[in-house]
Design a protein around this ligand. Structure first.
Ligand code: SF4
Length: 345
């Protein structure tokens, strides 16, 4: 099938074609897609989506971008408003990191998001995945984007193996690079003779998008990245992939092998949520978010949670105090004399 770990070209071409057709018909109409968002808006969507399903992110992203449409606006916002607007997206330290990033972009970068991978990955809170996603989705640059969904789909389709989570391996990164289309009309890495490419690889030629060549060689890398990721989110899910409805099922090595090890993970199962410090931290932050935002405080309404009120939030006061202290250490709240707390200003 494959030579030296490089997927066979004809199979790669079929997968590209079918995924591109599927993308055109099934891509979700998310507000940051299809050229409707600025590069900054795309970065915000990627940061918000890191631990949260994209469908849940939409209302938060929409309200956020209306309120702070660019980095300069976010940079100038009170921290308490930023934490409040993050709402239930989870892992609220991301909100503060995003504001730190906005301050660098608004200041050192003249309110323009950098256009190179190296400059992006140097920004606060921006790692390899986010920098790659912005380079591809915002700027259309040819770069392999490697997130959990993409790793799972590529590993299943081309290697016939379950992707078991944890950090991306060198082999997974090499596979993502090998199957990435070339934006210059070439096939990207891993090519062999054109003669291997079937002329009629689509089940229904009417499905082929207008900007896609019949051998799949001119599928833009950005469409490839987005369609693989979308397939992982909607069809090739971790525990219950819908193989019967999958556009690439005829070329999927994992399905052909009987889906060995489906759903197995290298990492430990997720910690239960009830009773954890994460739950308690969320309860404390929710109580503070329920108070008037900094921008409303001129009306004289309280923004501080007194100690007596804090103690009503959770029965186990040792755990409560541990969580309050950790929120303070993370810069998400401030502890005042007497044990009252508030969102930072
Ligand atoms: S056939 Fe099944 S396992 Fe293979 S890519 Fe499609 S959904 Fe995933």
């Amino acid at each position: 099938m494959d030579v030296m770990g490089v997927p066979e070209r004809s199979r790669t071409a079929r997968v590209r074609l079918r995924l591109a057709a599927w993308w055109e018909a099934n891509a979700r109409d998310l507000p940051w897609r299809f050229g409707r968002a600025t590069p900054w808006g795309i970065l915000v969507s990627e940061v918000m989506s890191q631990q949260t399903q994209m469908s849940r992110v939409v209302p938060y992203w929409t309200a956020w971008m209306e309120r702070w449409p660019d980095a300069a606006a976010l940079a100038a916002a009170p921290k308490s408003d930023v934490i409040g607007a993050w709402g239930r997206l989870g892992y609220p330290r991301r909100a503060l990191r995003l504001q730190e990033c906005a301050r660098v972009v608004a200041g050192a970068c003249g309110d323009e998001l950098p256009r190179t991978y190296d400059a992006l990955v140097a920004l606060p809170g921006v790692g390899d995945y986010t920098a790659s996603a912005v380079m591809s989705f915002a700027y259309g640059e040819r770069i392999a984007v490697v997130d959990t969904n993409i790793r799972r789909v590529l590993s299943r389709v081309f290697a016939g193996e379950e992707s078991r989570g944890g950090a991306a391996s060198a082999a997974e990164r090499a596979l993502a690079a090998a199957v990435l289309p070339g934006d210059d009309g070439s096939d990207g890495a891993g090519s062999d003779d054109d003669d291997d490419v079937p002329r009629d690889v689509s089940r229904d030629s009417g499905d082929v998008p207008h900007d896609v060549s019949r051998d799949g060689s001119r599928i833009p890398s950005v469409m490839w990245n987005q369609s693989v990721m979308e397939l992982g989110a909607l069809v090739c899910t971790a525990k219950n992939p819908l193989c019967g409805h999958c556009p690439v099922r005829d070329d999927c090595a994992f399905l052909a092998a009987g889906r060995p090890g489906l759903g197995e993970r290298r990492t430990r199962p997720r910690q239960r949520f009830r009773g954890t410090d994460r739950q308690v931290r969320g309860i404390v932050l929710d109580a503070l978010r329920g108070l008037p935002a900094a921008s409303e405080q001129s009306a004289g309404r309280a923004s501080v949670l007194e100690r007596a009120t804090v103690e009503t939030l959770w029965k186990d006061h040792a755990q409560l105090d541990r969580c309050v202290a950790s929120l303070d250490e993370d810069g998400l709240i401030e502890i005042l004399p007497g044990g009252a707390i508030r969102l930072p200003r």
